[in-house]
Design a protein. Structure first.
Length: 375
């Protein structure tokens, strides 16, 4: 069967790998990462980075299942591509002891069979001496099958594996699609691509490409990155990824120091206090070209310094991103018609579990799993 996947991001590249391994003729369509944001006039992705938290734990069974299935295949993806993308440094889930989000972690983890180590004030100070928390904090450390991935390298790994299984890569954006009784035509700058079916996994660009709302909203996000010198990197050796619970805007995620392609080591965090909708393609492009929110980055820096006392920062960068939210807490994976299927809308949760989401999208495209639609 001749198929196309639109979107060379995390879910799309995963779907192309799965479809190619099943023996289908697959075209994976989407542009390369832009060389710079300010002058770029095309589509943007949120996987242009080296750090996303990965973990088995989630309070929702659906996302736990997605996480565990994907993490179980990390080794397979590495073997098929030769690209390393995962570091098992663990994840620290931490916040006020009385918070329901925090106090429920131990029970949920035990029921799900996920190993976590519980720490209160003194235990946190002993286990993570470089971190600082107010009195009354509780942490649950998830040491196994948890840490961080490089989304950029994961996409590369999935793409290489898909190519080795026979997929064709078209490194340009899809400009539009039209469906007929016999197939789907995908317009690109270099000409039309004719296929029998198409999976649209274009993240925040999905609804505009389709020309219809599917009930999801794209929100602007800002991440702040802090360059560290060798002494600070050494001091923070062994630092886990962190999920910090608290009021909105005071609940950052924090990645440990990571070596980036520029040869420098950066520590990254995010957590926007306000949701700003990006209501059109023009809004998305303007947001990415803007470089992100300086006030949000300043707030993130203050939170970082509270949690890592005495941190010495060499340089700060502000990075724009976007996430797509619906109303159910679940993604939209399923058919829109006989020949067009979508897989998107993941609430900022999908990097770590994108392989399973891509697999579900591929099954939905083939009409082999009609129970996947979740929105």
């Amino acid at each position: 069967m001749k198929l196309a996947v639109i979107g060379r991001g995390l879910i799309g590249a995963a779907a192309a790998r799965h479809l190619s391994k099943m023996g289908h003729e697959v075209a994976l369509i989407g542009p390369d990462e832009p060389a710079g944001y300010a002058g770029h006039a095309g589509v943007f992705g949120s996987h242009y980075d080296e750090g996303r938290i990965t973990r088995q734990f989630d309070s929702t069974p659906f996302w736990r299942d997605m996480n565990r299935a994907s993490i179980a295949r990390y080794g397979e993806i590495f073997a098929e591509s030769g690209v390393e993308f995962y570091r098992e440094v663990g994840v620290l889930h931490v916040g006020p002891r009385e918070s329901p989000d925090v106090s429920s972690i131990g029970g949920i983890a035990a029921e799900a069979g996920i190993l976590v180590e519980a720490y209160d004030d003194a235990g946190l100070a002993q286990r993570f001496p470089y971190l600082g928390f107010p009195a009354g904090t509780r942490g649950y450390f998830e040491p196994q099958h948890a840490g961080y991935i490089s989304p950029r390298r994961l996409v590369r790994a999935q793409t290489i594996a898909a190519q080795r299984a026979g997929a064709r890569i078209l490194a340009e954006p899809a400009l539009g699609i039209s469906e007929s009784a016999t197939g789907v035509t995908i317009r690109t700058r270099s000409g039309d691509v004719e296929v029998e079916r198409v999976l649209v996994a274009a993240g925040g660009h999905t609804q505009s490409l389709l020309g219809q709302s599917l009930g999801f909203v794209v929100y602007a996000r800002t991440a702040a990155m802090f360059r560290l010198d060798a002494a600070e990197v050494q001091r923070l050796a062994g630092m886990p990824s962190m999920r910090c619970f608290g009021p909105k805007g005071a609940d950052p995620y924090i990645l440990p120091p990571i070596l980036y392609p520029d040869g420098q080591t950066w520590l990254k965090l995010g957590g926007d206090p306000v949701d700003i909708p990006l209501e059109s393609e023009g809004n998305i492009q303007d947001w990415f070209r803007s470089g992100g929110s300086i006030p949000v980055a300043e707030g993130l820096e203050a939170q970082l310094l509270e949690r890592i006392p005495g941190l010495q920062i060499e340089e700060r960068r502000v990075v724009p991103c976007m996430t797509t939210f619906g109303t159910t807490g679940l993604p939209r994976i399923g058919p829109l018609s006989d020949r067009v299927t979508v897989a998107f809308g993941c609430y900022g949760k999908s990097a770590k579990c994108s392989d399973e989401l891509g697999r579900l999208g591929s099954m939905a495209l083939l009409g082999e799993n009609h129970g996947v639609l979740a929105a």
